[in-house]
Design a protein around this ligand. Structure first.
Ligand SMILES: Cc1cc2nc3c(=O)[nH]c(=O)nc-3n(C[C@H](O)[C@H](O)[C@H](O)COP(=O)(O)OP(=O)(O)OC[C@H]3O[C@@H](n4cnc5c(N)ncnc54)[C@H](O)[C@@H]3O)c2cc1C
Length: 361
């Protein structure tokens, strides 16, 4: 296939922003973090993703997107529009895409899923299998997470979001709006049309955990994604996760190349929460137990990860996913004490003690 035909779908959007150059550094950084190569040509910055191309022209105030297929074009429109909405918020950006697929109202990143199987891996980890149509996009773009859209007691029969003219989701009014929480696709089988999600069942009022506890075959919910940036390839990793980061850590251990080395720590409530992981790598896995200390209060995981000496040669990456305070402590150590950058580390807050719905908006 020629270069031209690989990028055959095209669209553009005019921007009403007076101070676009002021935000462009942040917009470009965000797009680069989704593995785009960026190059500047005068007032225009071009971005090349694996799934298509984009450009932002600061003089003509126009953004353009090209891709080989609908998923790629929708993904680029979403990445561009989200970056502009986030960084140019104070100018209330108005984005209207014209060109290919401009009339599309189906939200490319949305699927309705139905529960087909439920299995308790441990006393507090419940694996739920969902079936849905055409899941191929969840294997693309390098993100392994999804935003799950739950029915709740207040909104038992939600309406799903549709695609707006700006390339972003349009949500129903609050009385029909589902509640979102972020989860990891533990396993994806595109041919079978299934995903598995491992839900930590935790105490207290909640949405995701409460839904998982009463889930039954035949129940429906929505998913949007994939969400998240690709994990940087490296020869050696230091990893850390509590139960919420465990599904992602396990997926990484099962899919990273065999010759990968390093050390991984997983914090669990007690030994009863250990689970089988088909670790395909040479990364050493260690389980740390809280033994009665409430989740989010134990310092053991962050301390273990912080104390690891990084190798002097070869490429190395630090990956961490747990409660917000632990993530902050690890991020500060890697960034401030060790002087490592974004390209070598990712320390993410997956939940915050006392706060509902972290990262779900
Ligand atoms: C990228 C990403 C991937 C994630 N993947 C997974 C996954 O695969 N599986 C998974 O189980 N979680 C995962 N999480 C974490 C999950 O999104 C949060 O734990 C979320 O808060 C759960 O929603 P909830 O509705 O059950 O609780 P919420 O309604 O958000 O919170 C209600 C209360 O429960 C508390 N709470 C939330 N999480 C926990 C916890 N882990 N332990 C104790 N108390 C808690 C909150 O502090 C709050 O007080 C992920 C998060 C991110 C950002």
């Amino acid at each position: 296939m020629s270069e031209a035909s690989m990028r055959e779908l095209a669209c553009e959007a005019r921007l009403n922003l007076r101070r676009l150059p002021d935000y462009m550094g942040s917009i470009a950084d965000r797009l680069r973090s989704f593995e785009a190569d960026a190059s500047q040509h005068g007032q225009r910055i071009d971005f090349r993703f694996a799934f298509g191309d984009a450009s932002v022209d600061m003089e003509r105030l126009v953004m353009r997107a090209n891709a080989a297929d609908r998923d790629g074009l929708a993904r680029i429109k979403d990445l561009l529009a989200t970056a502009v909405e986030v960084y140019a918020r104070e100018e209330s950006p108005e984005i209207v895409w014209t060109g290919d697929l401009a009339e599309e109202t189906r939200l490319a990143q949305f699927r309705e899923m139905v529960v087909t199987d439920i299995r308790d891996l441990t006393p507090h980890m419940r694996r739920i299998r969902f079936a849905g149509e055409d899941l191929s996009r969840f294997a693309k773009f390098g993100g392994m997470h999804i935003r799950m859209l739950f029915p709740t007691r207040d909104v038992p029969d939600p309406l799903w979001p549709v695609l707006g003219g700006n390339g972003l989701p349009v949500w129903p009014a609050d009385d029909r709006r589902p509640v979102a929480r972020v989860y990891t696709i533990r396993k994806l089988d595109v041919a079978e049309g299934i995903i598995d999600v491992d839900f930590l069942v935790h105490p207290g009022e909640s949405v995701g955990s409460a839904w998982a506890m009463q889930a039954a075959p035949g129940m429906k919910l929505g998913i949007m994604g994939p969400v998240g940036r690709p994990v940087r390839q490296a020869d050696w990793y230091v990893m850390g996760a509590d139960e919420t980061g465990l599904p992602a850590l396990a997926r990484l251990l099962e899919t990273l190349p065999r010759q990968t080395r390093g050390v991984a720590f997983v914090e669990i409530a007690n030994d009863g929460e250990r689970q089988e992981i088909a670790n395909a790598t040479g990364i050493e896995l260690h389980w740390l137990t809280r033994d009665g200390v409430p989740a989010g209060e134990d310092r053991l995981l962050a301390e273990a990860v912080r104390s690891v000496a990084w190798p002097q040669d070869g490429s190395a990456f630090g990956w961490f996913a747990a409660e917000a305070a632990a993530a902050k402590s690890v991020r500060e150590h890697w960034r401030d004490t060790m002087g490592l950058g974004r390209g070598e580390t990712l320390a993410a807050a997956y939940w915050r003690r006392g706060a509902a719905g972290l990262m779900a908006g």
